[in-house]
Design a protein around this ligand. Structure first.
Ligand code: PLP
Ligand code: COI
Length: 356
């Protein structure tokens, strides 16, 4: 795909909200930057992208995404380095995953370079919205939904791709409590669990709410057939340090292949740590908490970053995990990843892309 064939029409807002932002108190996901990008797919091809002021959409009531759920998204972040430059972390991974999600949901293919081109153009236009504090970042939400106004069920012929951005602070502000789910299922073999499909999140709300009513932050999903094997945790992948080894469930079509988790694994391997990507039974987790061989558990995701787990609930029992003093690996890995993102240490993996 030759992106130079596209010229983006850009319309700057006359009512910028940037002066109203309280940069020391940014909530997650409620503050939106001034502009958004829109690109429509019709007649078998992507039309010219456009950057416009952030505003509401006007949709046909039969918009098929609303009724039948052809809707996918990505989550990525931009950071401002200590040199004041905005950068993004491994954006090509999100572009690749977006394509996979689109393929599984029978939606229009968006070439990776077109995805990245749109992303860069929007980020350049709104680059002053990338926070300056190194505890904050800019969450980027690329998404695509089916736009046919048609009540029958079939893959839509038209789609809208969009990107908006949100300056954000922390998603979780404390170590989290996770409940191992024994009845409900996020994803089954052959299903859409490995796609970042909107419906996956809708399906997880009710079981997560039940857990939240009991005081948990999120669930640890287990496999659909037996509920005996750990899969992932709500909006994060899950990793454990057991006997000094980094252990995480092997990717499958029921688990979202997380970019944060992959980066943690690659850093750990680079440090010479043993990494096991394999099936992990709930029994193993509980036993290794009880015998003290599990020293750390943490979630890994773009929004949640690295979220240490302080307690795991299972069959009505609460298992307290070792405290902060034992979280040596997750602390070190956060320092390493944040160091690269904020330009404090060398980006030796080539993961950080300048927005130019
Ligand atoms: N699993 C689910 C269900 C998610 O929503 C996310 C967040 O994107 C992740 C895992 C972590 O993926 P990533 O690290 O690419 O953000
Ligand atoms: C992300 O980390 O990008 C996610 O998708 C989580 C989001 C649902 C808040």
């Amino acid at each position: 795909m030759e992106t130079s064939q596209y010229t983006i029409k850009k319309t700057r807002t006359k009512n910028s909200k940037i002066d109203q932002v309280d940069w020391d108190n940014i909530p997650f996901g409620k503050l939106f930057s001034d502009h958004m990008l829109i690109m429509d797919y019709k007649d078998g091809k992507w039309q010219e992208p456009e950057i416009v002021p952030f505003e509401n959409l006007s949709l046909h009531p039969a918009t098929s995404a609303i009724h039948y759920g052809q809707s996918i998204f990505e989550g990525m972040k931009a950071y401002r380095t200590v040199d004041g430059e905005p950068v993004v972390f491994r954006p090509e991974k999100n572009a690749q995953r977006f394509r996979k999600s689109a393929h599984r949901m029978c939606m229009a293919d968006i070439p990776e370079d077109l995805f990245i081109y749109c992303l860069e153009e929007l980020l350049k236009f709104d680059d002053e919205w990338v926070p300056k504090k190194d505890t904050n970042s800019m969450y980027i939400r690329p998404f695509m939904f089916a736009t046919d106004g048609y009540t029958g069920i079939k893959p839509s012929d038209t789609y809208r791709f969009m990107i908006f951005t949100c300056p954000v602070g922390s998603y979780y502000t404390e170590a989290i409590n996770l409940k191992i789910e024994e009845n409900y299922t996020r994803a089954a073999y052959g299903g859409v669990g490995a796609a970042k499909a909107a419906g996956n999140y809708a399906a997880s709300l009710y079981p997560a709410k039940l857990a939240q009513d009991e005081g948990f932050h999120q669930l640890i999903w287990t496999d659909a057939q037996t509920h005996e094997y750990v899969e992932e945790a709500g909006t994060m992948n899950i990793l454990f340090v057991i006997d000094g080894k980094l252990v995480t469930p092997k990717e499958s079509d029921t688990i979202l292949a997380g970019i944060t988790k992959r980066s943690v694994i690659e850093v750990a391997q680079d440090w010479g740590m043993t990494v096991e990507e394999r099936k992990i039974s709930v029994k193993e987790i509980i036993e290794s908490i009880e015998d003290g061989s599990l020293t750390e558990a943490f979630g890994a995701g773009t929004a949640a970053t690295i979220a240490p787990v302080k307690m795991i609930g299972y069959k009505g029992k609460k298992y307290e995990l070792p405290g902060e003093e034992k979280r040596t690996f997750s602390k070190k890995v956060v320092e390493e990843l944040d160091g690269m993102k904020y330009g404090k240490i060398e980006d030796r993996f080539g993961w950080v892309k300048k927005i130019k």
